[in-house]
Design a binder for this molecule. Sequence first.
Ligand code: NAD
Length: 488
Amino acid sequence: MAKMFINGQWVDAQSGEIYEVKNPANGKVVDSVPSADKEDVEKAINAAQAAFPAWADTAPDERAALLRKGIQAVEAHAQEIAALLTAEQGKPLFEASGELHHFLHGMEFYAGLASKIRGAQVPLPPALGKHTYGLVLKRPVGVCVGIVPWNFPLTLMGTKVGPALIAGNPIIIKPARTTPLATLKIIGFLNKAGLPPGVLQCVTGAGGTVGETLICHPAVRRVALTGSSETGRRVMQLAGPDFKRITLELGGSDPTIVCPDANIKRAVSGVVVGRYWNAGQQCLAVKRLYLFEEIYDEFMEGLVEKVGNYRVGDGGTKPDKPFIRMGPLHTATQREEIEGQLADAVSKGAKVLIGGKRPDDPALADGYFFEPAVVADVPEDSQLATEEVFGPALPVWKVKTLDEAIQKANNSAWGLGSSIWTQNMSWANRAAREIQAGVTWVNQIHYGYDELPFGGVKASGVGHEHGPEAVDYYLENKGVVFGGLDWE
Ligand code: NAD
């Protein structure tokens, strides 16, 4: 049985409660973990509070060196961790290993920034004394909490742990209930590298109990959530009364526009990876596709062919078996949700061009498998158009002009990512300026680079992760004034 990591120790829940983590590909139990309650959370927060002053005073180079030692230890166990991620999450091994390497790259990026945090020196007006000047000090915010979803449990933990630690804060991670195992392994290796007790902890359990207790505790000053827009609203309500610092990385319904002059082959590949990676369970997935009518037929032919070649199966299958391109959906609920959205669209007149059902193979009957779908003639009022589609189904529309494409792209409650495929620079510039989204990719797959800030507008959230900008959310700007010594 796995344990949680609190105050430098592997521990059970005080209550002794546990729950099972199951493999979405076959329903088998992978392991069990403690189901924490308020007392466990309290212990973690006390340990973090106790660790804070010394960690804030630790030299930046030393913080970076500890992080790097931990990164090496994780890297040395990459295969074991990736296999665990596949077993608990469902994504194929090559995707799990890709996620782990993305996590390591991000951690290395932040280790490199530890010694590069800069404040400022500001000359001030002489009215209250000559030679008065100000300093802007960058001070760590205090005890931080990172709440992580199940779709990318490792990278989305890294986007919180990296900046929090290098800025001098302790952080408590709450993984999603269904994906705590690879996370706990990594937390263990990072700690073994020499982090002081209480600096990096992990408490497992339900969002409503563990998550809300963490957010509401007065000692917690900073909450970073990646999750649904609904959870984001709740976190904002809970963090509001005590004015806690928050960032919310929430849902999306990313539009992609393909223009008549686009490189169709590359655009088809980009859209397929963008939509069906991680069985479509990505915040930044291509969720609405707008094709200019001139290239609609050519694009759809390529798209349907590529999606038809996707092999769905148990992502943990060894490489000597046929290559599995897409694993199961993460839970029964996820599969039911996408089935419901598809059925709603079809009942209103949409046409499913390929996929869109459970596979016939009886060997896959115990997993939450679903064949990737392409859907045309989708009514604008159907759930496939108005809700976040968090699974492998892509609704496609025809457009006549860039104005129409941008207007439709913006007709959404969300504003996370977006993309345009064109060789026309002025069209690309218009898309970059006018699409209401945190990111616009031009002729590029939807991908969250560690080097670039990532975040959403509208219902997609508040604040940013990734990039040097993310570190600022873990620091307070403190103004200091040094008066001139010429009062007499
Ligand atoms: P979720 O909101 O259900 O859960 C996310 C995390 O919040 C989990 O750890 C969960 O236990 C916790 N949680 C749930 N209720 C809580 C509460 N009341 N208080 C505190 N914590 C609580 O989301 P999910 O289903 O795990 O993830 C999918 C969603 O996340 C999608 O909407 C997706 O678009 C979004 N997402 C966004 C980004 C981004 O960067 N913007 C990245 C990945 C996923």
